[in-house]
Design a binder for this molecule. Structure first.
Ligand SMILES: Cc1ncc(COP(=O)(O)O)c(C=O)c1O
Length: 412
């Protein structure tokens, strides 16, 4: 099935060959290299079809049945469907599907619950917190007083004792749990108990694990958090965007925090694509996918450890792995460069309690391609060879090309 029908029909190529070449070039890059960026995935052709639809033309400020623009009857149906599907999928009282991104979702959660200057307790950025968890370069660090908790230097696990101590000392208005790099399940019941202890709201930023939650492969924050923020484009495999789940009592505050407080018109093509992705995520096939994502990450983490990398926390419960390549004599940035030359695409990340950078990778995209434990083991072995310099970049690149060709992300 073609994923770029307009290109196949030559519409874009005839009108704008420069852009057509860029689209096809990116399609080829994605199909011939390994996408191990933990936040990426391959959406289905149905999701791409909704994204490339005439719903992109529609202005729709407001919410279904209460829009500031005319002609919204059809797109209202798309948003109602997306909201209903999200509520059912996650067992939430209320869902807002308008957030343009994960960061917009977090901004809206803060806007719904906090006032500028309030104290917020969140995972510190050196330990895997997101920019929206108090970075001085982000609105969050500028407008709120963030206090950071960390992870244990030995185990790499969140230091629960420190979370409780800091909460009692600083009496935050909100506690945020969620990370860009933490590979283990979060204990949402623990965070709820600390929030109750100090009278704080609990905000779960589940941008990474929400797809695993949908597939039953990770615990859900919904029963514990006052507000759950998420992205729809990571393991969840939907379009690039955000989502907020909350209890009925907070529905009005959350909706007003999204529109009109932090956003204007909703992106109706993206909302329709979110509806498509939620329906896909409700199938048994997606449950099997989510469990395979975790099984793959576990095998890959074990093989990386066998190759000599230091795997943070000793493994993973999720799609996400962080590792230090230093035992192989390379730092994170050099390792990322060597792997990129071989066609293995991943990120660097902060390593807790060190000044050096590590590697952050995930198995969501390669699992969508149909790769399983055998391929993960092979990828781990290739990491070792490339990082030790046992295999030159050209040979490694050829091997990656062959592996990717055997499991194309968009089979024709
Ligand atoms: C925990 C967390 N929060 C927020 C975000 C922001 O999402 P976006 O890039 O869509 O703004 C991310 C993205 O990786 C994330 O991992």
């Amino acid at each position: 099935m073609s994923v770029i029908p307009a290109l196949e029909a030559d519409v874009l190529r005839r009108q704008d060959p420069e852009v057509a070449d860029i689209l096809l070039g990116e399609l080829a890059r994605q199909a011939t290299t390994l996408q191990l960026i933990a936040a990426e995935n391959f959406t289905s052709p149905a999701v791409l079809a909704a994204l490339g639809s005439p719903l992109a033309n529609k202005y729709a400020e407001g919410y279904p049945g209460a829009r500031h623009h005319g002609g919204c009857e059809i797109v209202d149906a798309a948003e109602r469907l997306a909201v209903e599907r999200a509520r059912t999928l996650f067992g939430a009282d209320h869902a807002n599907v308008q957030a343009h991104s994960g960061s917009s979702a977090v901004l809206a959660a803060y806007a719904a619950l906090l006032r500028p200057g309030d104290t917020v307790l969140a995972l510190g950025l050196p330990y895997g917190g997101h920019l929206t968890h108090g970075s001085p370069a982000n609105f969050s660090g500028r407008w709120f007083d963030f206090v950071g908790y960390g992870v244990d230097a030995e185990t790499g696990l969140i230091d629960h004792e420190q979370v409780r101590t800091l909460a009692r000392a600083h009496r935050p208005k909100a506690i945020v749990c969620g990370s860009i790099a933490y590979p283990r399940h979060l204990d949402y019941a623990f965070f709820r108990s600390v929030a109750d202890d100090v009278g704080a709201y609990l905000i779960a930023d589940a941008a990474h694990p929400i797809g695993l939650v949908a597939g039953g492969a990770a615990p859900s924050p919904v029963p514990y958090a006052d507000v759950v923020c998420a992205t729809t484009h990571k393991v969840l495999r939907g379009p690039r965007g955000g989502m907020i789940l909350c209890a009925a009592e907070l529905a009005g505050r959350v909706d007003r925090a999204v529109f009109p407080f932090t956003q204007g018109g909703a992106q109706m093509h993206t909302i329709a694509a979110k509806a498509v992705a939620f329906a896909e995520a409700a199938t048994p096939a997606f449950g099997a996918y989510a469990h395979q994502v975790v099984a793959n990450a576990r095998v890959l983490a074990a093989q990386l450890a066998a190759e000599g990398l230091h795997v943070t926390t000793g493994g993973t419960d999720t799609h996400l792995i962080t590792a230090d390549p230093a035992p192989l004599g390379v730092d994170g940035r050099t390792a990322r460069g060597r792997l990129a030359a071989a066609g293995i695409v991943l990120d660097c990340c902060a390593l807790p309690h060190t000044d050096s950078r590590g590697l952050r990778l995930g198995t969501a995209a390669v699992t969508t391609q149909g790769m399983a434990q055998e391929e993960m083991q092979w990828i781990g072995v290739l990491f070792g060879k490339v990082l030790r310099g046992d295999l030159d970049a050209a040979r490694a690149r050829a091997e990656v090309r062959e592996l990717a060709a055997a499991s194309p992300p968009y089979p024709r």
